[in-house]
Design a binder for this molecule. Structure first.
Ligand code: FMN
Length: 382
């Protein structure tokens, strides 16, 4: 496989991305918590269902467009918030937001991004969401809310599945959070000359949203420690309610993992929930968003928007989720593999692959609009 045009599915993009960046960094994208059981289940859960295709219908035109949190998008897929994107490609979040918007959909910026709220807004005028944490330092949270308002972000996504960081053992082995990471990455980078050249000739990585809040001159490892110290294990529903009030716009809880909490989110007034286990990076043994989707749809589907993520690597995965009642899906790893494989063009390719797969599946099941998809198009395999 030599280039992006030879990548015919997300797995091909993953292989190309793996070739192009140091292994210590590839594992940060690719890995999950502990035994990575949840990481694997995220992929496997989609295979529990098969389609119920209808034939002899005119399927020349397929409409994938929909609306999420009041934002019109051309396909039911958004870019999930992922931290530290400049590690994977020197253009980082700027490359991702451009390619995402070229496909007519929305980008969600992570709190721990390497380009700031404002830089991402300046890069592209399309729809943006901001993933926020309820952190120890309320002044930081207030600052983020004000900056998102000024930069016209469409909504906030409060990540509720990170009271503490998950135990990601690939990262621990590589020395994340210690100076060992620097040495291991430097060694691994020797065989990735293009990545190394861009790293050495680009400005140093930084937690762009936090620069004004961190000690001047702090090193990357100290910054990561500082950020890790900000995760607040005492955050409760009351904190979420305060944040919703301060923001006053579309407000989505990201990382809901039970029917009970979905009902609480509705009571809170959240305009949406994301059923997510953080891509298998937090609690190993957590349910997959796709597995709990039917029961959550039954409990709150008429009261709030339900989005899922985790393990989506085929257009058919998205179509199955929509048929079960999701409004849209997020992808994390698929576009990061693309970013590692080829920057903006690689992210563009990830979307191109998934979009063409979605269209083909819709044609093969005989459904012309995702607004017409329902449970009758899929069946659980016994
Ligand atoms: C490298 C990486 C970094 C991530 N960083 C964040 C983050 O900063 N904030 C967040 O809410 N979720 C983060 N996530 C989780 C994603 O938003 C999303 O829930 C997950 O990637 C979806 O699963 P998938 O990777 O299988 O598509 C990250 C995921 C990855 C792979």
């Amino acid at each position: 496989m030599s280039g992006l045009s030879d990548c015919h599915n997300i797995s091909d993009l993953r292989s190309l991305g793996k070739k192009r960046i140091p292994g210590t960094i590839f594992d940060y994208i690719d890995g999950g918590a502990e035994d990575e059981v949840t990481l694997r289940r995220n992929r496997d859960s989609f295979n529990k269902y098969e389609f119920v295709p209808r034939v002899l219908r005119d399927v020349r035109e397929i409409d994938l467009s929909t609306t999420v949190q009041g934002v019109d998008i051309d396909l039911p897929l958004l870019s999930a918030p992922t931290g530290m994107s400049r590690m994977f490609h020197h253009k980082g979040e700027r490359a991702v937001v451009k390619a995402t918007h070229q496909h007519g959909t929305a980008y969600c910026l992570s709190t721990v991004s390497t380009c700031s709220i404002e830089e991402v807004r300046e890069t592209s005028p399309g729809p943006l969401f901001f993933q926020i944490y309820a952190w120890r330092d309320q002044a930081i949270v207030d600052d983020f809310i004000e900056r998102c308002k000024k930069s016209k972000y469409a909504g906030l996504m409060l990540a509720v599945d990170v009271p503490v960081l998950g135990k990601r053992e690939r990262d621990l082995r590589h020395g994340h959070g210690t100076s060992k990471l620097r040495r291991n990455t430097a060694l691994a980078a020797l065989s990735k000359p293009a990545w190394l050249f861009n790293y050495l000739t680009s400005p140093a990585w930084r937690m762009a949203n936090l620069v004004n809040h961190l000690p001047h001159g702090a090193k990357t490892t100290e910054v990561i420690d500082d950020v890790n110290n900000q995760f607040d294990a005492s955050v409760t529903w009351d904190d979420a309610a305060k944040m919703l009030k301060a923001w006053g716009g579309p407000f989505v809880l990201k990382g809901v993992q039970s029917v009970e909490d979905s009902i609480k989110a509705v009571a809170l007034g959240a305009s949406g929930i994301i059923l997510s286990n953080h891509g298998g990076r937090q609690l190993d043994g957590a349910p997959t968003g796709f597995d709990i989707l039917p029961e959550v749809v039954e409990a709150v589907g008429s009261k709030t928007e339900i989005i899922i993520d985790g393990g989506i690597q085929r257009g058919s995965d998205v179509i199955k989720a929509i048929a079960l009642g999701a409004s849209a899906c997020l992808i994390g790893k698929p576009y990061l593999y693309g970013l590692a494989a080829g920057g903006e063009k690689g992210v563009y390719r990830a979307y191109e692959i998934l979009k063409s797969e979605m269209i083909r599946v819709m044609q093969l099941i005989g459904c012309t609009s995702i607004r017409d998809l329902d449970k009758s198009y899929i069946k659980k395999i016994d």
